[in-house]
Write a protein that binds this ligand. Structure first.
Ligand SMILES: Cc1cc2nc3c(=O)[nH]c(=O)nc-3n(C[C@H](O)[C@H](O)[C@H](O)COP(=O)(O)O)c2cc1C
Length: 169
């Protein structure tokens, strides 16, 4: 079996950590993986499936995730792909629904692309670590938060081999 590419688009690293958790769950299910920054992936050759995760910023899915889909438009249709967005920093239905709407909007612009699974997970905000242009006084005075739900992330990832049509070794 080839490996599953777990590609991530991040600004502050929390999406990379989620990608690593997805990878660990897949590996635990006997599926080999490779975790890489989405912007560094030039070719999808040798992969049997793709997980593409990106943070949400200002109501949009991370540019590296959007560009990844455009860049691999010709080859990605041959592979099963699962997608996640990372975003809400407050654990409310409104935030999750808003983030999901923004992720769906980004995906809707790629009419040729149809993922086998789409999820939104809560994210992490560390106001002290924000860099330009996010380090404005309003952002910096928000409370730190990390609502990444590792059980939900693992459960989602554990269902992916079946969604991809892969048999674990
Ligand atoms: C300036 C800024 C804008 C954000 N905008 C959104 C947004 O529009 N929707 C959302 O769901 N999350 C938003 N977030 C939350 C991030 O998606 C969340 O912090 C995520 O975990 C960041 O991922 P990263 O650490 O991989 O960059 C925003 C965060 C920051 C700092």
């Amino acid at each position: 079996m080839g490996s599953v590419l777990v590609a991530y688009a991040t600004r502050y690293g929390s999406t990379r950590e989620v990608a690593e958790a997805v990878s660990a769950a897949l590996e635990g299910a006997g599926v080999p993986t490779e975790v890489r920054a989405a912007r560094e992936v030039d070719s999808l050759e040798g992969y049997t499936a793709v997980v593409l995760g990106g943070a949400l910023y200002f109501f949009r899915w991370h540019r590296d995730a959007r560009k990844f889909l455009s860049r691999h438009r010709r080859t990605i249709g041959r592979l099963p792909v699962a997608v996640f967005g990372l975003g809400p920093i407050n654990d409310t239905n409104e935030e999750y629904e808003g983030s999901r709407r923004h992720l769906d909007k980004a995906l809707g612009k790629k009419s040729w692309f149809s993922p086998v699974s789409v999820a939104v997970f809560g994210g992490r905000l560390d106001p002290a670590g924000l860099r330009f242009p996010h380090n404005n006084p309003a952002m910096k005075k928000l409370p730190p938060s990390d609502i990444r739900d590792w059980d939900a992330i693992r459960s989602w990832a554990e269902a992916l081999p079946a969604a991809f049509g892969l048999r674990a070794s």
